[in-house]
Design a protein around this ligand. Structure first.
Ligand SMILES: Cc1cc2nc3c(=O)[nH]c(=O)nc-3n(C[C@H](O)[C@H](O)[C@H](O)COP(=O)(O)OP(=O)(O)OC[C@H]3O[C@@H](n4cnc5c(N)ncnc54)[C@H](O)[C@@H]3O)c2cc1C
Length: 394
C-alpha cells in the first residue's frame, strides 16, 4: 500500500541517512555526551551530505527538498537516541537558520546561512532569559540603536549550541511591549566573537552534547545590518518559527519512540523469567499494546500536521497538539521501557535511561506542555459549534 506522504525516493533517503548515522554517529555519540559537545568535523560531515540545508534554498547551497524529506531525516536522527545531538542539529538547521532563509536578506544569507548549511558556521537560537521563557512579553534583553550599530545588553539562558555557536539568532527588545502582547521584539544575528559576549556552560539532566549555555551580552555592538527582517517584527517571526519548532520536536520524538519500542521488544523476547520469555506475560503484552497503539496515533497526527504545513498553511493548532502528544508519550514510553527492562534499563548507558533523561527536556523546550494545552484549549473552546467548522479547524 502506498503511503500518502512518502514515496520511493524518501525510502531510499531513509536508508542513506540511517547508514550514515550508523557509521558516523552511533559509535561516537556517547563520547560526545561526555564532552558536552558535537565536534566540529561532524558538522562538516553533516553539511557535506546536505543534511543541514534540506529545507533551505538552493541559492545558499540548500536542497530545497520537500518537508517529508526532513521528516525522514528527523525521524532517523530521533532514532539514534542521543537527545543532545538531536537538539544540536535541529536547533541549527530547523530553529535558528530558517529565520535567515525566510526574512534574512541577501547579505545575511551569504555571510551566515550559506556557511551554516555547509556546517562551517554553527547557529544557536537565543530567546529564553533567566527571567522569561514561555512568556515572550517578559523578554528584557535590549538593543538600542547607536549610529550604525545596535548596542545589546541582557542575558540569555538555556541556549542549545550556546557553547559552540559561531552566531546567535537573538530575540531582543527594540521597543516597549504593546498593550496586547509581546510586540516590540526584533531578531538580531550576533557573532559570538564580538566583545561583550560571554558564555557559561549549563549542566542539564539530559540533552548532553547540546552545549547548553548562559550567554551574557554586555554592551555588545552589533552592526545594524545584522537585523533579521524588519525592526519590531520579531514576535511575528517567532510565532511562525515556533510552529516549525514544535513540528520538529514532535518528529524527533517519533523517531526516538520507534527505537525505544524496538529495544523493548527485543528485550522482552530475549529475556526469560520463570521459564518463559517476558514477551509472553500478558501484563507486559498489554502495556506494549497500549504504547504501540498510542505511537501509531501519534505518527498519524505528526505526518498529517507535516502535510498541512507542506500545503502552505500554518497549522498552529495541530503543531501544538503534535508536540504535546508526542513529547508526553515519549516520557511515558521511556518510563515504561525502563521499568520493563528492570536493572538493565536502569543502567546509565542503557537506551531506556538515556531516553528517559532526554524525553523530559522535550516537554519543556519549544513551549512547555502547559502552554500547549492552553493554546489548544482556547482554540477548541473558541471555535464555532457547528461540526463542519469544527472539522476544518482540527
Ligand atoms: C533542554 C532545553 C533546551 C532549550 N533550548 C533552548 C534554546 O536553544 N534557545 C532558547 O531560547 N530556549 C531554549 N530552551 C528554553 C525553553 O524554550 C524554555 O524552557 C521554555 O520556553 C519555558 O520557559 P522557562 O523554562 O523559563 O519556564 P517558565 O516560563 O518560567 O515556566 C515554568 C513552568 O510554568 C508553566 N507555565 C509557563 N507558562 C504557562 C502558562 N501560560 N500557562 C500554564 N502554565 C505555564 C510550565 O509548566 C512551565 O514549564 C530550552 C529548554 C530546555 C529544557
Amino acid at each position: 500500500m502506498k503511503s500518502p506522504y512518502f514515496d520511493d525516493g524518501h525510502a531510499t533517503f531513509r536508508e542513506e541517512v540511517r547508514a550514515f548515522l550508523a557509521a558516523e554517529v552511533m559509535p561516537y555519540a556517547a563520547g560526545w555526551e561526555e564532552r558536552d559537545t558535537v565536534p566540529a568535523p561532524v558538522w562538516k560531515l553533516l553539511g557535506e551530505r546536505g543534511y543541514l540545508g534540506l529545507l533551505h534554498p538552493r541559492a545558499v547551497g540548500g536542497g530545497e527538498r520537500d518537508l517529508f524529506t526532513s521528516v525522514v531525516f528527523l525521524e532517523e536522527l530521533g532514532r539514534t537516541g542521543f537527545g543532545g545531538l538531536r537538539a544540536a542539529v535541529s536547533v541549527h538547521a530547523y530553529m535558528a537558520t530558517p529565520y535567515l532563509a525566510r526574512v534574512g536578506g541577501h547579505d545575511l544569507c551569504r555571510e551566515y546561512l550559506a556557511p551554516a548549511v555547509r556546517g562551517e558556521r554553527l547557529a544557536a537560537l537565543a530567546i529564553t532569559e533567566p527571567g522569561a521563557g514561555a512568556d515572550l512579553s517578559g523578554l528584557g534583553t535590549t538593543a538600542v540603536r547607536d549610529g550604525g550599530h545596535f548596542v545589546v545588553d541582557g542575558t540569555k539562558s538555556m541556549v542549545s549550541n550556546g557553547m559552540t555557536a559561531d552566531f546567535l539568532v537573538t530575540a531582543v527588545r527594540t521597543a516597549a511591549a504593546g498593550p496586547r502582547g509581546a510586540t516590540g521584539l526584533s531578531l538580531l544575528v550576533i557573532d559570538t566573537t564580538l566583545p561583550g559576549v560571554a558564555r557559561t556552560p549549563q549542566r542539564t539532566l539530559g540533552w548532553r552534547s547540546a552545549g547548553t549555555a548562559t550567554v551574557t551580552l554586555d554592551a555588545v555592538r552589533v552592526p545594524a545590518d545584522r537585523l533579521v527582517g524588519r525592526l519590531d517584527n520579531g514576535f511575528y517571526y517567532l510565532m511562525r518559527g515556533l510552529q516549525l519548532e514544535r513540528l520538529v520536536a514532535a518528529t524527533l520524538a517519533l523517531g526516538g519512540m520507534d527505537r525505544g519500542l524496538d529495544e523493548l521488544r527485543g528485550f522482552l523476547r530475549a529475556r526469560e523469567v520463570t521459564g518463559e520469555a517476558l514477551a509472553h506475560k500478558q501484563a507486559l503484552v498489554h502495556r506494549v499494546a497500549d504504547l504501540a497503539t498510542e505511537l501509531t496515533a501519534a505518527r498519524h497526527l505528526v505526518h498529517h500536521t507535516a502535510w498541512l504545513y507542506e500545503q502552505g498553511e500554518l497549522p498552529a493548532l495541530e503543531c501544538s497538539m503534535a508536540k504535546l502528544h508526542t513529547t508526553e508519550l515519549a516520557c511515558r514510553l521511556a518510563d515504561t521501557a525502563l521499568q520493563l527492562q528492570g536493572s538493565h534499563g536502569y543502567l546509565e548507558t542503557s537506551f531506556a535511561a538515556r531516553a528517559q533523561r532526554d524525553a523530559r527536556a522535550a516537554t519543556i523546550a519549544a513551549g512547555p506542555s502547559e502552554v500547549m494545552r492552553d493554546l489548544i484549549g482556547r482554540a477548541v473552546l473558541n471555535q464555532p459549534a457547528d461540526r463542519d467548522a469544527h472539522a476544518r479547524m482540527l
